[in-house]
Design a protein around this ligand. Sequence first.
Ligand SMILES: NC(=O)c1ccc[n+]([C@@H]2O[C@H](COP(=O)([O-])OP(=O)(O)OC[C@H]3O[C@@H](n4cnc5c(N)ncnc54)[C@H](OP(=O)(O)O)[C@@H]3O)[C@@H](O)[C@H]2O)c1
Length: 394
Amino acid sequence: MSKQRHLTVLGATGTIGVNTLDVVARHPEKFKIVALTANCQVEKLYRQCLQFEPEYAVMLNPDSAGELRHRLRQSGRGTEVLSGVEALEQVAALPQVDSVMAAIVGAAGLRPALAAAQSGKRVLLANKETLVMSGALFMDAVRRHGAELLPIDSEHNAIFQSLPRNFSSDLSENGVRRILLTASGGPFRTVPLSDLENVTPQQACAHPNWVMGKKISVDSATMMNKGLEVIEAHWLFNTAPEQIEVVIHPQSVIHSMVEYADGSVLAQLGNPDMRTPIAYALSYPERIDAGVTPLDLFKIARLDFEKPDFQRFPCLNLAYQALRRGGTAPAVLNAANEVAVAAFLEEKIPFKAIPAIIEKVLADITTRAAESLPDVLSADESARRAAQSMVEAL
Ligand SMILES: NC(=O)c1ccc[n+]([C@@H]2O[C@H](COP(=O)([O-])OP(=O)(O)OC[C@H]3O[C@@H](n4cnc5c(N)ncnc54)[C@H](OP(=O)(O)O)[C@@H]3O)[C@@H](O)[C@H]2O)c1
């Protein structure tokens, strides 16, 4: 039997975090939770602490951490409760931890994920923003510190599964011609273009196939999510932008494909349930039960494919542009997107203002080489400021 894995789950109270703990709970002999983290959801993290009895719990928010500490003490639990960004980095780098699930949403996930890579952990990367913002730095940290990087995004996990086991990060050496990145097209794939002006956050978050956090749900509705995934694929698999083709596949059954030089196309299929890629990465290379309903091909009956409509989804184009521009441009794209999405969720701006704000921020901000974390963080900050002032001007 393989050794028990000792885990930190960053973003334990989110959709990915909860799915991770669901898989972990099915295999107590295989996984031990050392640390759990959240931002401010005290009740949820408290319940998770009662169930998994971690050594550490971290809440970004100090008041939330204080409340959690008090409640855990009252329940007679020995979990040490910490707060702040440094504590998130600390529990990602603990010597007794061998695997870190990086599932904080947004740019906030970058520093803890980087800390895990710099400590040579097996990093289960759900936080795609880490690679979008600092792909070169992060991949360099993985290589230099002997970390192991396993993608959690269902598409990248599917690509990883469809590549040769010892993929050397050189596509042509491995006979790979292209990566076909599938996308559901989100809730607005067929909505008349003129109606997009008035769509609400609730409609944007009602994804046809996946249950996800609010930010990634809006990203799916604008298809920025796919744009971020194109950038993520570029870094994970050392792929040029023109070797990544986005394919709309509304059923979300094929999670992505790899096209080889001999004409073979290998795909990974499954029901749209994040527990599959999570379980795969948690126990890699072993396969374990994830609690996922088996795929019923007779019930699905058909699989459809379409080309993406770049007019309907300008965010996809903006992401390709930022990737080609390079340096800090993807970090600028990501920051402007986070600000615009948050403003849309707060009903401060209409849906169609999201790509407009990102495009203007990308045009206005001078980007440069992303050679250090301060380069990336300062691009992130300037883009946030610029996007925020556009939100306020609307
Ligand atoms: N959901 C999916 O199916 C899916 C699929 C592929 C990739 N991903 C990626 O996985 C990541 C997580 O997505 P999600 O859908 O699980 O998000 P989510 O449901 O919104 O959960 C986010 C988690 O991050 C924590 N968090 C939020 N802001 C934080 C901050 N500033 N500092 C520290 N922790 C913070 C939250 O804590 P609180 O609960 O206390 O706020 C929560 O635990 C994202 O990068 C997303 O793109 C998600």
